[in-house]
Ligand binder design. Structure first.
Ligand code: PAF
Length: 291
C-alpha cells in the first residue's frame, strides 16, 4: 500500500509515506540518479534534519526510514516509552525527502526475533554494548535490512552515536555492502547539549545537569595536542562533574581501544552518563600531535 502524505509543508510536496516493503521497493525502483538513506527511529529533531540536509547535498533522492526497532532494546529498556509521533515527523520532513518509510513491526519482522540475524561481534560488547547487551546486534540487523530495502548509494549517520557509526562502518566493510557511509557532525542545542530524542525525557534541571557531558568534552579537547594531556583532562573533568557516569574514554577511533600517551592523530572522546534515569551519550574528536 502506498499512501500519499497529506502534506503539511509547501504546496505540491512530493514526499510520500510508505508503510510496506513492496511499496518502498516500487518507489526505490522509480528513482533515477543517486539515492541516500537516512535511517532513524523517528521522534525527529534538528539533529535528524542535519542528516537529511547532508543526504540532500550528496544524492538526488532521499529515503528516510522511521522505525523504532524492538531488536535493539533490551528487557527493561524504554522500547514502549520511546517517543513516537509520525504526524510530527512527516510535518518536519515534508518536501525535504522523497519517501518516508514507516513500517509496522510485523512488516519489518514477520518473525520476531528473526531466525537469521547479524552480530556486531566484539565491538558490540564494549562501551554501550557492555551496558546494553545485544543492542548493537539489533542495530546491525535492522540497518542491514534497511540498506537492503532502500538500496542506497550512501547512508548518513550521526557522530554522536560514535560506537554505532564505527560498527556500521565495519558492517558495511565486513559484509561488502555496496553503500557509502557518510558521518554527520553532532548537532547541539545553543547550551551545548547534544540533540537527542531522549532529551525529551529531561526536566529543566536535568537538561542543566546534562551539560556536564558537553563541558567534559570541551575540557578534554582544550588539552590537545598532547595525548596524555587529553586523557588527563578528560579524567579530571569527569571527576569534577556531578553526573552518574557510565564511562568516559579517550579512544583510538579505528580500534575503539584506549589511547596511550604516544598516540598521534584523532582521538575519539566518548561519554555515557545517566541523568534523571535517562541514558545520554556524547562524543567529540580531538587531535593529538604532540607528546
Ligand atoms: O541511531 C538510530 O536512530 C538507530 O540506532 C538506527 C540506526 C536508526 C537503527 O535503528
Amino acid at each position: 500500500m502506498t499512501q500519499d502524505h497529506p502534506g503539511t509543508g509547501p504546496a505540491g510536496s512530493t514526499t510520500r509515506l510508505v508503510t510496506t516493503k513492496t511499496a518502498l521497493r516500487e518507489h526505490r525502483a522509480a528513482m533515477p540518479g543517486t539515492v541516500a538513506a537516512v535511517p532513524t527511529m523517528g521522534s525527529l529533531h534538528a539533529g535528524h534534519l542535519a542528516l537529511v540536509e547532508r543526504a540532500r547535498e550528496l544524492a538526488d533522492h532521499v529515503i528516510l526510514t522511521d522505525f523504532v526497532n524492538p531488536l535493539q532494546f533490551g528487557p527493561g529498556e524504554d522500547y514502549e516509552a520511546y517517543p513516537r509521533d509520525l504526524d510530527a515527523d512527516l510535518a518536519l520532513v515534508d518536501g525535504l525527502v522523497d519517501v518516508v518509510f514507516a513500517p509496522a513491526v510485523q512488516e519489518m519482522y514477520p518473525v520476531l526475533p528473526p531466525t537469521v540475524s547479524v552480530t556486531a561481534g566484539h565491538a558490540g560488547t564494549i562501551l554501550e554494548g557492555a551496558a546494553r547487551p545485544g543492542h548493537f546486534d539489533g542495530v546491525v540487523t535492522v540497518v542491514t535490512k534497511l540498506l537492503q530495502l532502500t538500496s542506497p548509494h550512501l547512508s548518513v549517520f550521526g557522530r554522536k552515536d560514535a560506537q554505532q557509526l564505527a560498527i556500521i562502518q565495519r558492517l558495511v566493510a565486513d559484509l561488502d555492502l555496496p553503500v557509502r557511509i557518510e558521518p554527520v557532525e553532532i548537532q547541539r542545542e545553543p547550551s551545548g547539549l547534544a540533540r537527542s530524542s531522549r532529551n525529551a525525557y529531561l526536566s529543566a534541571a536535568g537538561r542543566e545537569q546534562a551539560l556536564a557531558l558537553s563541558r567534559t568534552l570541551e575540557a578534554a579537547r582544550a588539552a590537545a595536542p598532547s595525548a596524555a594531556g587529553i586523557r588527563d583532562a578528560l579524567a579530571a573533568a569527569v571527576a569534577r562533574a556531578e553526573i552518574d557516569w557510565d564511562y568516559a574514554h579517550a579512544l583510538d577511533p579505528a580500534t575503539l581501544r584506549p589511547i596511550g600517551p604516544e598516540h598521534r592523530g584523532e582521538v575519539l572522546l566518548t561519554l555515557a552518563g545517566v541523568v534523571e534515569g535517562t541514558r545520554l551519550l556524547d562524543a567529540a574528536v580531538a587531535v593529538a600531535t604532540a607528546p
